[in-house]
Design a protein around this ligand. Structure first.
Ligand code: GLN
Length: 229
């Protein structure tokens, strides 16, 4: 399944966050180290980021593999942000292959990425979904319920589809929210800020694994973990 990451802290270039680490999201698109489902994340990618003076994020997405986008590699060197959500996609069988199916999805101030799968039949029809991919329908439901209800929404969807995997990662420019439900997530806090990622992007021993079925909140004051079940 997909791999995703988020950063909240000192502004860093998109290249520093997504392309340059030894096990960056770019490398994870062909050689993920901890991925439980699928081995290649070549069905698209997306990066959403916040810039000073604008509440809404900017987004750059594609249906191509991240390694096949030299324009992004060039521009990523000069775009900096203190709040970023990025993802590489391995499409679930039967899901559409299109740019609009790549995370992060957005709704006003929020960005949201989904690593996992869910039976679309258990999700209510969503008027505002960006795509018919399960992740976009789930994102529309989460946005509709409100981000303060993220944990409750994940529990509700998991009850309706006990086989669902629901690792979500969201940001609004000032904080990060994440859930673990069926897949991996790691966290790294340094003096510069906090990263959340499906798997560590380097071998820094300060990375910690987030337990499954957790709700994570990251603010400039630090990281809070709450069990979801
Ligand atoms: N189900 C989503 C999709 O098809 C996410 C897949 C994933 O996590 N790999 O895009």
């Amino acid at each position: 399944m997909c791999r995703h990451l988020a950063w909240l802290g000192r502004p860093r270039t998109l290249a520093e966050l997504v392309l340059e680490p030894p096990s960056s999201l770019l490398v994870q698109s062909w050689a993920p180290r901890r991925q439980r489902y699928g081995t290649l994340n070549a069905d698209g990618w997306g990066v959403g980021f916040y810039t000073p003076g604008r509440a809404q994020p900017a987004r750059w997405r594609s249906a191509k593999p991240l390694w096949g986008d030299p324009s992004f590699a060039s521009v990523a060197l000069v775009i900096s942000s203190g709040c970023v959500v990025a993802a590489v996609r391995s499409a679930t069988v039967g899901m559409p292959l299109e740019e609009s199916a790549a995370a992060p999805f957005t709704d006003g101030r929020w960005l949201l990425s989904h690593n996992g799968r869910v039976d679309r039949a258990v999700l209510p029809p969503a008027r505002d979904a960006e795509s018919t991919v399960d992740s976009a329908l789930l994102a529309a439901l989460v946005f509709d319920r409100g981000m303060d209800a993220l944990g409750a929404t994940v529990r509700e969807v998991a009850a309706a589809d006990p086989t669902a995997r629901l690792n979500l990662l969201a940001a609004d420019g000032t904080r990060l929210l994440a859930t673990t439900w069926g897949d991996t997530l790691s966290a790294l806090t340094t003096s510069d800020g906090t990263a959340l990622a499906s798997e560590p992007w380097d071998d820094d021993p300060a990375w910690t694994d987030v337990p499954d079925r957790s709700l994570v909140e990251v603010t400039p004051d630090g990281l809070t973990l709450t069990p979801l079940s």
